[in-house]
Design a protein around this ligand. Sequence first.
Ligand code: DAT
Length: 178
Amino acid sequence: MAALNGFQKAPNILLTGTPGVGKTTLGKELAERTGLTYISVSDLAKEGELYEGYDEEYDCPVLDEDRVIDELEDRMSTGGMIVDYHGCDFFPERWFQIVFVLRTDNTVLYERLESRGYTDKKLQDNVQCEIFQTLYEEALESYKQEIVYQLPSNTPEDLERNVEQITLWTQQWIKDNN
Ligand code: DAT
């Protein structure tokens, strides 16, 4: 698809799910295909040090959600953003026209996280998060059910199909809204 011409309105898309399900991979590929802009909230927080303390139990910094929202507000109101984060309940609901929750089978996810160097508690917690479909439920509680979709994300074929379908949806949205 040709790059957006700057005058066209484009949708904001949220990609969420447990760490390791493939949000970054899908988000970057989608950005290339659609001309939309990919934003990793984790990277944004790291760059701007948008944290408020440290979680000793989970051994990771705690996101300063208010500052993340302030940081993103202007770009989100412009539209055309693909946002990637393993949480979704603190974003303003009005930001997103569609929400995708990526899903990966436990065994596949376990291997991906293990090869990422996750061990013991962190590995167990994340695989459990996927088993309990925590992010899917969080998405359903935070957005209108009609805009929340689950996408299988186990294989390269899944990735290809997801890119294809979301690209088609995006093109249609742009046609319908311009
Ligand atoms: P996330 O951003 O959700 O943490 P990622 O995009 O970094 O996940 O992907 C984690 C690993 O899994 C990475 O090595 C790429 C691989 N991967 C992602 N999507 C995949 C898919 N559909 N099929 C096979 N491997 C995939």
